[in-house]
Design a protein around this ligand. Structure first.
Ligand SMILES: Nc1nc2c(c(=O)[nH]1)N[C@H]1C(S)=C(S)[C@@H](COP(=O)(O)OP(=O)(O)OC[C@H]3O[C@@H](n4cnc5c(=O)[nH]c(N)nc54)[C@H](O)[C@@H]3O)O[C@H]1N2
Ligand SMILES: Nc1nc2c(c(=O)[nH]1)N[C@H]1C(S)=C(S)[C@@H](COP(=O)(O)OP(=O)(O)OC[C@H]3O[C@@H](n4cnc5c(=O)[nH]c(N)nc54)[C@H](O)[C@@H]3O)O[C@H]1N2
Ligand code: SF4
Ligand SMILES: [Mo]
Length: 744
């Protein structure tokens, strides 16, 4: 064996740690995957999930060849035939049902594969489709608040965890997730440093998670009530004269309206609803206001609930009201090395929201995408414009979308479905064709999307380790598009590159005057087109070498010479108020889209929706897994059973349930049976289970995963409980009935 070391970015979460993969490119063997001490951000840190790089290569069930469905079976076919059939099926849908009859769903791994990100927008040019993606599930409230509070979907307030004095987390578990929309290589070490510095860490979470365990304070909130708690804190700030807008004072609009709303939610009123004493709520608000620099942050637990927008908005308001926005140690808006991928500001008086609406439920688009539940209703509902064909790229909606049964039925009713995926799983088993891409080590990689949300601006390039055994995601998408459009593959790749770059052109400040993106692309020399696109983004970007006009600036060649990656340093305050993209360049605390939803919140309170009379289901993520697709990796799923429903000892005793018993959970939309785990890490009335597992499925080929006694959480999540302003999904706070399954 001739072993070589390769510096690679770990593709399995936003932290984007640097790894050293020691491998023999000739035999395809991996000797070791270790943390890369030279990486400027992770400095040698890695978590167990990183070993999935090898496990995925070794998994005999990972698909290597395209699969064609024949009746109830799948059989392997060659690539040319598979691509021809896939394109013919899509063209057939378009011809028979019109241009609006296709749907496109892209899943979470898309955000970790730079070349795949680059080809989705151009694909929509060739294959117009109703577009939904995993961001439509987990970030919609975040994006909507960005659009109306700061004026841009891409404006994500990232907490400055390296310099804050008080870090207040709502609904996030960064010691397990490693941080989301606050990407930070080596996240756990950063939190350790934060604590060692004497900063305070407080966590609002219904469960005593690892992060809550490590925190100074844990607030065990009742699921689904984040908006109420944050409003109670805002009310305290106003009542006790603690509002300090600081430098932003002249640029904040809506303060009086916000005060009027918050006054209706004093700490004493929300306390019983949230399950947290009013004295603690008031003290938390006081301490947050008193900290020299403080950052409040919300993530999946707060986003993915029925009042997601109000929760995210109210948490953001805490930062504004205490003068912690765009400040060191507070929250800041990264202006990364690469152009803002999601950059979508207002244009005149048009927000990046509601520019068109869906056919069936008149739902507003957000940033060019639709909430995923719109996709299912558009497939179900007959009439002009009904969706009859679907392309799913790296997505597993049967395990990741609310009301899984409905998703299944919708997928089963399609005329034609293609999946670009590495497994025959619970979703792809509905496809007519499955097109499996190379694994990560068979293509080069570079950090892209995450630079918009990182606490430290790091960019790195990972070379290919092994010769590709099959086509990459980029090659599959472009080859499919070529056939749909009736053009050559090379020509289509070139079209895609130019069309992607044209969308970025006005955000490339160092593109020399007179050089268009075609000339810029021609001036690059990467190994393939995605690398060359990346080179244009780097060289024309704000730190780029400007194609020779800025000596020492970034380029792909420079990154290749620095394999561990280059850091441009921690996030910094922006040129204020230039980063505010609302039409009047003010921060809108009381935008009508937020205030209008207060009536719904009041109605829910009045209807007793937050009463502690029902069990509320919440999710959990696992350290050794990623969403739905690492459960077939034997080395990662070995050990104790993980797909369990945790309930409090008092609840278990009341229902005559013992640890290890099988229990049935029933919600409005479905039921599952699952093994009970009794623990006081959840409060009484809360029940907690992971998503991404499933019962065995007759067609799926996941023997390891399906031998693990899994259950699909999203059989229970209620698709009608979505967050109204944004359309975001609700996975947390679902009312469920709990009972022991009696075996007679
Ligand atoms: N109940 C509940 N549901 C949730 C959540 C929750 O917390 N609770 N979380 C939500 C969140 S945050 C998210 S992001 C979504 C994710 O929702 P999805 O994106 O729909 O699902 P994933 O589980 O990420 O599945 C990714 C799919 O991509 C495939 N895949 C893996 N690697 C590759 C690759 O390199 N190329 C290709 N082409 N395919 C690949 C996998 O086999 C899998 O089918 O789920 C959401 N669903
Ligand atoms: N190891 C691992 N890492 C991952 C993933 C993974 O599956 N495994 N998935 C990746 C993805 S796609 C994402 S989006 C990120 C997510 O990153 P995070 O948001 O940090 O991760 P979650 O574990 O979903 O954290 C949500 C927390 O909210 C809590 N919660 C539930 N309901 C409520 C509520 O009503 N209010 C409040 N305040 N809290 C609530 C849950 O108990 C949980 O601890 O993680 C990413 N990283
Ligand atoms: S924290 Fe995330 S990026 Fe870092 S090694 Fe683990 S999975 Fe990979
Ligand atoms: Mo996510």
């Amino acid at each position: 064996m001739t072993l070589q070391n390769f510096a690679r970015i770990c593709p399995f979460c936003e932290a984007s740690c640097g790894l050293t993969v020691t491998a023999d490119p000739a035999t395809g063997e991996i000797a070791r995957i270790a943390g890369d001490p030279a990486h400027p951000g992770s400095k040698g840190y890695l978590c167990p999930k990183s070993q999935g790089l090898r496990a995925l290569r070794d998994d005999p069930d990972r698909l290597r060849m395209p699969l064609l469905r024949e009746g109830k079976n799948f059989r392997e076919i060659g690539w040319d035939e598979a691509l021809d059939r896939a394109a013919a099926g899509i063209r057939d849908v378009q011809q028979r049902h019109g241009g609006a009859a296709m749907g496109l769903y892209t899943g979470n791994p898309q955000a970790h594969i730079a070349a795949l990100q680059m080809c989705i927008a151009p694909l929509l040019g060739v294959m117009p489709a109703l577009y939904t993606n995993s961001g439509s599930i987990d970030c919609y409230p975040r994006f909507l608040v960005g659009a109306y509070l700061y004026g841009n979907i891409a404006r994500v307030p990232v907490p400055d965890i390296e310099r804050t004095d008080f870090f207040l987390i709502f609904g996030g578990n960064p010691l397990v997730s490693h941080g989301s929309m606050m990407g930070a290589p080596g996240m756990p070490r950063r939190l350790e440093r934060m604590k060692a510095r004497g900063a305070r860490l407080a966590v609002v979470d219904p469960r005593r998670t690892r992060t809550a365990e490590a925190a100074d304070d844990h607030y065990a909130i009742r699921p689904g009530t984040d908006a109420l708690l944050a409003l109670g804190m805002i009310a305290t700030l106003f009542e006790e004269g603690l509002v300090r807008l600081g430098r932003l004072a002249a640029d904040v609009a809506g303060l009086d309206e916000l005060r009027a709303v918050a006054t209706r939610f004093p700490a004493e009123r929300v306390a019983d609803l949230c399950g947290i004493e009013s004295t603690r709520i008031r003290q938390l608000a006081r301490d947050f206001a008193a900290a020299p620099a403080a950052a409040a942050y919300s993530r999946v637990g707060t986003n993915c609930q029925s009042f997601g927008t109000l929760g995210v908005w109210a948490v953001d308001c805490l930062n504004v009201l205490t003068g912690n926005v765009d400040e060191i140690g507070g929250v800041m808006f990264p202006d990364g090395i690469l152009p803002q991928f999601m950059h979508q500001p207002w244009v005149g008086d048009q927000p990046p929201h509601g520019r068109w609406r869906s056919r069936v439920s008149d739902t507003a688009e957000l940033g060019g995408t639709m909430p995923t539940q719109v996709l299912w209703e558009e497939i179900e509902t007959p009439g002009e414009g009904q969706i009859k064909g679907l392309l799913i790229v790296a997505g597993n909606p049967v395990l990741s979308n609310a009301n899984a049964n409905r998703v299944r039925q919708a997928l089963g009713s399609l005329d034609f479905m293609v999946a670009i995926d590495i497994y025959l799983n619970e979703t792809t088993r509905f496809a007519d064709l499955i097109l499996p891409p190379t694994d990560h080590l068979e293509h080069s990689e570079f950090t892209m999307i995450w630079n918009n949300w990182m606490v430290e601006d790091i960019v790195s390039y990972s070379p290919e380790v092994f010769a590709p055994a099959t086509r990459s995601d980029w090659q599959i998408v472009t080859a499919l598009a070529a056939r749909i459009a009736g053009r050559g593959e090379a020509e289509t790749e070139q079209d895609f590159a130019l069309s992607y770059l044209a969308m970025q052109a006005d955000r490339l400040p160092r593109l020399p005057a007179g050089m268009d993106v075609a000339a810029a692309l021609a001036a690059t020399d990467g190994a393939d087109l995605p690398e060359r696109i990346f080179d244009v983004l780097l060289r024309g970007g704000r730190h780029g070498d400007g194609f020779g006009t800025h000596r020492g600036g970034l380029s792909l060649a420079r990154l290749k010479a620095d394999p561990a990656g280059i850091s441009m340093g921690a996030i910094r305050p922006g040129a204020f108020p230039a980063w505010i993209d609302t039409p009047d360049r003010k921060l809108h605390l009381a935008a009508s889209i937020f205030l209008a939803d207060i009536a719904r919140l009041e109605a829910a309170v009045a209807a007793g929706d937050f009463a502690p009379d029902r069990f509320r289901l919440i999710g959990r993520r696992e350290l050794r897994s990623n969403n739905s697709w690492m459960h077939n990796l034997a080395s990662l799923v070995k050990g104790p059973r993980r797909c369990t429903a945790i309930l409090h000892p008092a609840d278990a005793a009341g229902l005559d349930i013992a640890d290890g018993d099988r229990i049935r959970l029933t919600s409005r939309v479905g039921e599952i049976t699952i093994i009970a785990e009794v623990s006081d890490e959840v409060a009484a009335g809360t029940i907690c289970a992971p998503h991404g597992w499933s019962e065995p499925d007759s067609l799926a080929r996941l023997p390891v995963a399906h031998g693990k006694d899994g259950a699909n959480y999203n059989m229970l999540s209620d698709d009608a409980a979505f967050d109204r302003p944004s359309g975001g999904a609700s996975f947390n706070g679902t009312p469920v009935r709990v009972e022991r399954v009696t075996v007679n």
